[in-house]
Write a protein that binds this ligand. Structure first.
Ligand code: ZN
Ligand code: FE
Length: 239
């Protein structure tokens, strides 16, 4: 199974997950349809499923056009059935979603929105975290509480350390500045920042990130209690 990163809008990433045996695919969070259609048609891929992490426009903007063009199914969280356009399949926490050769465990990871979910392709050790976990950061808390977000991040901390993190935005460099500010002596973080800058210099994504790196460098994952986490989240909102 191969993941193709598709840049959308200003700084969004959509992901096309391709089964190379038959060229069928899922797309995670199609912000807009144009770049996805270009890729799908050029590579003669059979787009079958749209996986949405949450209802924000920059994650579902392409749903209806893609559904109309390719007749694909839209998969989203059960409680968001009224705000995910075109939703067909309702999933819930801890459920395993299986179709064809695709298999992902659903984690309800609220905080950014109340119905946010993450898709864990556990066999491939890849997780799609939307706007909950970013590389070196986490999502703003819009609909939930800091405690919910803190608990959602705990879900990721328990995964195998070599899990690859695919998040919804290219915020890594900006996030790294906040991490460095709060954790100035972290050598691994400094090394990671160099790699990030090298990637961005040649217009490459900083995604995916490896969970092991995030555990050591992401200040929000390093927060051990809810008080520390909340303080950091508030500081970051005004950074
Ligand atoms: Zn969002
Ligand atoms: Fe977003």
């Amino acid at each position: 199974m191969k993941v193709k990163i598709i840049k959308c809008l200003q700084d969004n990433y959509s992901y096309v997950i391709i089964d190379e045996n038959n060229q069928s695919a899922c797309v995670v969070d199609p912000s807009e349809s144009g770049p996805i259609i270009d890729f799908i048609d050029y590579n003669k891929i059979d787009l079958k499923y749209i996986l949405n992490t949450h209802h924000h426009y920059d994650h579902i903007g392409g749903n209806l056009e893609l559904k109309k063009k390719y007749n694909c199914d839209v998969i989203g969280f059960k409680d968001d059935k009224n705000r995910i356009p075109g939703i067909d399949v309702l999933v819930e926490n801890n459920q395993i979603w299986r179709k064809d050769s695709f298999e992902a465990k659903i984690y309800h990871t609220p905080g950014h929105t109340s119905g946010h979910i993450s898709f864990h392709f556990f066999k491939e050790k890849k997780i799609f975290t939307g706007d909950t976990l970013f590389s070196l950061g986490c999502g703003r808390v819009f609909e939930g509480t800091n405690e919910q977000m803190f608990n959602s991040l705990k879900v990721f901390k328990k995964l195998p350390k070599d899990t690859l993190i695919y998040c919804g935005h290219e915020y890594t460099l900006k996030n790294s500045e906040f991490c460095i500010f709060n954790d100035p002596d972290n050598l691994k973080l400094k090394e990671k920042v160099l790699k990030i800058k090298n990637n961005l210099k040649v217009n490459l994504p900083t995604i995916p990130s490896v969970l092991d790196d995030e555990l050591e460098c992401n200040i929000f994952l390093k927060a051990e209690d809810i008080e520390t986490f909340s303080k950091l989240r508030d500081l970051k909102d005004n950074f």
